[in-house]
Design a protein around this ligand. Sequence first.
Ligand SMILES: *Cc1c(COP(=O)(O)O)cnc(C)c1O
Length: 430
Amino acid sequence: MTAVPTASSEALLDFDRAHLWHPYTSMTDPAPTRLVTGAAGVRLTLVDGTEVVDAMSSWWAAIHGYNHPALNAALAAQAADFAHVMFGGLTHEPAIRLAQRLVDLAPAGLEHVFLADSGSVSVEVALKMVLQYQRGVGHPERTRMLTVRGGYHGDTFGCMSVCDPVGGMHSMFADVLPEQVFAPRPPAAEDGVAAWAEAFEAVAAAHAHELAGIIVEPLLQGAGGMHVYPAACLAVMREVADRHGLVLVLDEIATGFGRTGTFFAAEAAGVTPDVMCLGKALTGGYLTLAAVLCTPRIAVGLSHSESGVLMHGPTYMGNPLACAVALAGLDLLADGAWKADVGRIHAALTAGLAPVRHLPGVVDVRTLGAVGVVQLDHPVDVAKATEVAIENGVWLRPFRDLIYTMPPYVSTDEDLARICTAIGAAAGVA
Ligand SMILES: *Cc1c(COP(=O)(O)O)cnc(C)c1O
């Protein structure tokens, strides 16, 4: 079903251009936007009636597809009960059941749950947990985070400070960002692990006295450059954290819920973090919700800091609508069929993108789970690439030198073939 806009699409787009910011865009020289009037399954409908397969899953969130009957029903049922109540002093079944479910699903030991309202906020909360923990255990001098180059953890200030210092926004905000400690980016292949581990350990040892914790994205560095690295690096990080008394935070906001082939990416290394951030696919792309899980050691430790409490509490904390949709989404994952889907998508992307490797200007093609990445030797002409992808019936959102896909798990083999063709066509012109 497609909604007909109540105003002319030209009038709507004119207002959009003049007044509405889109992600990372200019108000004085706005990038083109397209008007969506409907979304069902893996397809978006544009105002001119064009249907495109969403190869981005709405920034990696809509894993079950759009307009899903079970998610719609969960949302409607909760809305009929109550849409929201404050979480201060009040609680409700959707939040309690979601927390139970997340604790069940998470690696053993992660037992305490903070429900935040976006991925970035969950990273801020995780950073606070780390700092408060160190104060609680008598190390107020341990205030810095160790991370690796090439990371992305969100757009708020604490998050920005642990994003890649070159690719991120450090140059612009250098004077106001906390200064964190950066180790080299993990290697792409196993044969680089030993040398990288040595460098990582050396950076940690040199700064151990002032370090509070480590934060990284496990296996896949997403918005920092779609870089895939061996699971063995995670075991190194766990070992280094333990040796130096650091809290290990894994940001699974992009990787959680099966995207890389295991339910959580860290499972591939058998590593359990002390703190874990979840978001994006948590609500299947319906509503903004994130979660921070931590171990009893962290929860008890931070309770010994001077405030005695975790100092965070957003207005929409534990939003019941979001929790209800998240539960319905987790129900859809409960039978484990996602694993076969992710395997099937992996095979289709690996085969379908192989010929793209031979195109001029393409320097790398890589896949991990339900992620397919084509890297060019130059920045992508996003407008051109988008245009060509739409002509091929696919929605793509390339960035920097990367054209990539993270399709919904419900994509059919036909959808996936179409996505690979569109990526090839976009790589050919961009
Ligand atoms: C998207 C993302 C975030 C930020 O989440 P928002 O919901 O956009 O604030 C943080 N970390 C990682 C790894 C992400 O992919």
